[in-house]
Design a protein around this ligand. Sequence first.
Ligand code: SF4
Ligand code: FES
Length: 210
Amino acid sequence: MNEILLQIDGKEVGAREGMTLLMAARSAGILIPTLCHHEKLEPYGGCRICMVEVESRGSTKLVVACVYQVEKNLVVRTRSEKVDRIRKMILELLLAHAPDAPELQDLAKEYGADKDRFEKEASFCIHCGLCVRYCAEVKKKNAVGFIDRGIRKEISFIPEIASKECWNCKECFPLCPTEALQAAFVLTRALYTSPLSNKNGCGDTYRGQQ
Ligand code: SF4
Ligand code: FES
C-alpha cells in the first residue's frame, strides 16, 4: 500500500491510505484529545473535541480528526487559535452537564474553559456513546443503549440483558469519561434486585444532554 506523506504540526508524517488524521498523528507521537474515540470501535465523530485545522489547496478548514482520512500533502495543525477556541467552547458545553468529570476538568485547564459559562444541567452523561458502542460492537450484547431523542435522550441498561451479562463484565465502566455509566448501573441493579421491582420491565434511565 502506498505511503501518504502529510505534515502535522510542522512534522512530516507517513501514513497508510485509509488512516484517519488521529491515527496518523498518534503514530507520530502527536497528541489530539478525544472523548468518544476508542481504537476497537468504528469511528464515531460525536464529541468534536478532536477537531483540527487542515490546509489544502490554499484554503483552511476545521475537520474531525478521528473520522477524517489522510490526504497527500495535507498540512494539519492540531493546535491553533481556531482549534483552541472550538475545543474551549465544546468543553464549556460539556462541563454544564458533567462539571466534576476529571477528564473534562483536565482538558478545561489545558484550554482555559470556564466550567460555569453555561447554566448547569447536570445529567452527567455527555453522550460520547462509548458504553453503548462498546457493548454492541465489541461484546455484541447490547446491554446498554440510548433511548429517546433530542433533549430527552438517555442511556439505559436493558435489565433483562444486563442481569445476565453485566454483573461479571463491566468492561465499559473505565471507558466512561464521567460518572454517568456507573451511576446508571448501580441504580439499575438496585431497582432490578429490589423486592418491589417488576423484574420483567424495570429499566433505569439516566438523563443526558441533547
Ligand atoms: S454513560 Fe458515559 S460512556 Fe456512556 S454515553 Fe454517557 S458519558 Fe459516554
Ligand atoms: S474523538 Fe473525534 S469526535 Fe469525539
